[in-house]
Write a protein that binds this ligand. Structure first.
Ligand code: PRP
Ligand code: URA
Ligand code: MG
Length: 209
């Protein structure tokens, strides 16, 4: 069954509150999302495998730890997921970046796919799907479906804010996928928006309506 890891460090909670505030403009919203994603990255990468390396410090020869060089991939769900790429790439500069384009039909709330470009060696990589909002879960389930069809077997989902309904949907269809989230909010409203949430993440990131 999917594990749900809530990364609720005080710095993350403080920055998320600033993002939720409707008076926060696009420039600060983008910056805060990058900062929070970096902080979440600390937890997401906690179990990366290490190996020994022989080095010389200025004092002695020493056996120290380095990353084994596990292959990672980052896949933002367009558009809003783009806001979570820089924070992770700052930590994992060698990661490959794929893109899955999905928008949620405002009437049916069903995800509509319009773009897909993924690393060819996706089956060898740990793939991190990023999207600030997990609402009904339809977009996340569809994105995971796409990656699995292309051969991915090791997938984590990274969201900023999730509704309980979205978490249940991912667990139901993809119980092998762990979910990292900064906050589990109260519920969805009648229009499928997360409450209290932060509004439309894509519009706030990019300054569109
Ligand atoms: O869990 P769901 O109910 O599927 O909703 C979540 C999706 O909705 C938002 O994208 P949106 O459709 O607004 O597209 P955008 O990123 O282009 O704004 C958000 O970024 C998620 O991808
Ligand atoms: O609250 C929500 C739900 C879906 N998409 C968003 O951007 N915000
Ligand atoms: Mg949007």
């Amino acid at each position: 069954m999917s594990k749900v890891i809530v990364t609720d460090h005080p710095l993350i909670q403080h920055k998320l509150t600033l993002m939720r505030d409707k008076n926060t403009g696009s420039k600060d919203f983008r910056q805060l999302l990058t900062e929070i994603t970096m902080l979440m990255g600390y937890e997401i990468t906690r179990n990366l495998p290490l190996e020994d390396a022989e080095i010389q410090t200025p004092v002695v020869n020493a056996t120290c730890k380095v990353l084994q060089g596990k292959k990672l991939g980052i896949v933002p769900i367009l558009r809003a997921g783009l806001g979570m790429v820089d924070g992770l790439v700052n930590l994992i500069p060698a990661a490959k970046i794929g893109h899955v384009g999905l928008y949620r039909d405002p009437e049916t709330l069903q995800p509509v796919e319009y773009y897909c470009k993924l690393p060819q060696d996706i089956h060898e990589r740990e793939m991190l799907i990023v999207d600030p909002m997990l609402a009904t879960g339809g977009s996340a389930v569809a994105a995971i479906d796409v990656l699995k069809k292309k051969g991915a077997t090791n997938i984590k989902l990274v969201n900023l804010v999730a509704a309980p309904e979205g978490i249940e949907e991912v667990k139901k269809y993809h119980p092998d996928v762990d979910i990292y989230v900064a906050s589990i909010d109260e519920k969805l409203n009648d229009h499928g928006y997360i409450v209290p949430g932060l509004g439309d993440a894509g519009d706030r990131l990019f300054g569109t309506k």
